[in-house]
Ligand binder design. Structure first.
Ligand SMILES: Cc1cc2nc3c(=O)[nH]c(=O)nc-3n(C[C@H](O)[C@H](O)[C@H](O)COP(=O)(O)O)c2cc1C
Length: 424
């Protein structure tokens, strides 16, 4: 099986198998410090026992002013012993030898009201002053204005500061003993906002062409490499481009080419934004059963973004690709790897329900292929919320509600409880 084979990243980091616990914001680090606390460590202790090839942490915010959620971890924490706390976190994650990579993020225009130490009238930051669009209704506009507001187009000084903040986050991760960082360039957060012409309408050195829109990312990658070491892993999570996306495939390929040249160790493919949360879609409603190897269409249904990854593979045969989103069966995972479309499989919601999924099921040879599945019961939006569809589209509320449900499972782990076994 390819799933159980080790892989060595360009930075020489050796991963024992192909299963990655994908990033999930733990929502367990309260203000004011936003440090990874003991409860979080209890949860990571569980994943450390899971037999994963690599752990990705939940997104760690680089700016104390702008968080993705009020309980996010912060890499610029003001607590005095932050390095000691982070060393404890890194060693807990890696106590059984699982390499762990910290995901670094800046939410840009997707920082909701109340998430971050900023005044009530301080605007979110973004490449251009383009507001989130939750739909055409008047109330959707009001919801977007109240929750996120119209962002401020960043000055060059703002951009320099954000680059410094990413580099500081990487340095802290490096010094703490983590094996690398992943830049969050997906899901409509700040780096994704820069990459996309829909949200980046600048005409200076950071916008106006695919290459200039990628400039902030390239600078971060180069500076992180300088500030750490050639053995420190630098990955990036990017969104796929599909028919419903406003980004052009050719532009995205040009940007990936520059990012690869700047020196990355892996590229994780995902998709979706707050406006269209494709990453939070649920394939379980149709009940995933183990596909046979011949059934390519079933495989495409299981994995949300594999076809895009397969296309990227054609252009970048040597880049280590992780695809995250929708994988629920060993046969589906193995077929995706065998197809050559990716090198590693990212799993998020299944990892919140079964923290030891690789060891107990996917890599457990005593479980037959057809039984090695983790179909999860769909998380149903309570009826009350669906009455609010005139305020926010149901898919947006459903995505948020589903994330809250799974964050709740991580919090159960932090309390020393088992997550609710929500398998079908
Ligand atoms: C509770 C929760 C929190 C998440 N937080 C993050 C995050 O911090 N960073 C990120 O890149 N993706 C985040 N995601 C998205 C997942 O990494 C993944 O892309 C998505 O859930 C699809 O994978 P899955 O079908 O295996 O769950 C989160 C998902 C969930 C359920």
């Amino acid at each position: 099986m390819l799933i159980s084979q080790e892989i060595v990243l360009p930075c020489d980091l050796r991963l024992p198998n192909r299963l990655v616990k994908a990033a999930m914001a733990e929502s367990m680090a309260p203000a004011p410090a936003h440090d990874p606390n003991d409860k979080m460590l209890v949860a990571y202790k569980e994943w450390a026992k899971g037999g994963w090839g690599m752990l990705l942490t939940g997104n760690v915010q680089v700016s104390e002013q702008y968080l993705g959620g009020p309980m996010d971890v912060l890499s610029s924490s003001s607590s005095g012993d932050v390095e000691k706390i982070w060393k404890g976190w890194a060693s807990t994650c890696q106590e059984n030898g699982t390499p762990t990579v910290v995901q670094l993020n800046h939410p840009g225009r997707q920082s909701p009201l109340g998430a971050g130490q900023r005044g009530f009238f301080t605007k979110n930051l973004a490449p251009s002053a383009v507001k989130l669009n939750f739909g055409s209704s008047l109330l959707a506009g009001v919801a977007s204005s109240l929750l996120f507001g119209t962002p401020k187009a960043m000055t060059e000084d703002d951009i320099s500061l954000v680059i410094d903040q990413f580099v500081a986050g990487a340095k802290l991760s490096f010094q703490a003993g983590f094996k690398g960082v992943e830049l969050h360039g997906a899901h409509g957060y700040l780096l994704a906002q820069f990459l996309s012409p829909k949200t980046n309408q600048r005409t200076d050195g950071f916008g106006g062409s695919p290459a200039k829109r990628a400039e902030i990312v390239l600078r971060i990658i180069r500076r992180v490499r300088q500030a750490t070491s050639k053995e420190f892993c630098i990955g990036i999570k990017l969104n796929s481009v599909d028919a419903s996306s406003s980004d052009s495939l050719a532009d995205t390929i040009e940007q990936i080419s520059l990012i690869v040249e700047a020196g990355i160790d892996f590229l994780e493919i995902s998709g979706g934004t707050y406006e269209d949360p494709k990453m939070a879609q649920q394939n379980e409603t149709s009940s995933i059963t183990a596909p046979t190897k011949e059934k390519q269409s079933t495989l495409q249904r299981e994995s949300f973004f594999l076809s895009f990854a397969q296309m990227i593979r054609v252009h970048f045969p040597k880049v280590v690709l992780i695809v995250s989103g929708g994988f629920r069966t060993r046969i589906g995972m193995e077929a995706a790897l065998q197809s050559g479309g990716c090198d590693m499989i990212g799993l998020a919601r299944p990892a919140a329900v079964l923290p030891r999924l690789p060891r107990e099921i996917i890599l457990n040879e005593s479980i037959k292929d057809v039984d090695a599945t983790v179909s999860l019961k769909p998380v149903i939006l309570p009826k009350f919320y669906s009455y609010l569809h005139w305020l926010l589209p149901v898919k947006i509320m459903g995505g948020g509600y589903g994330s809250m449900y799974y964050a709740g499972q991580i919090q159960r782990m932090g309390d020393g409880l088992k997550p609710v076994d929500a398998r079908l």
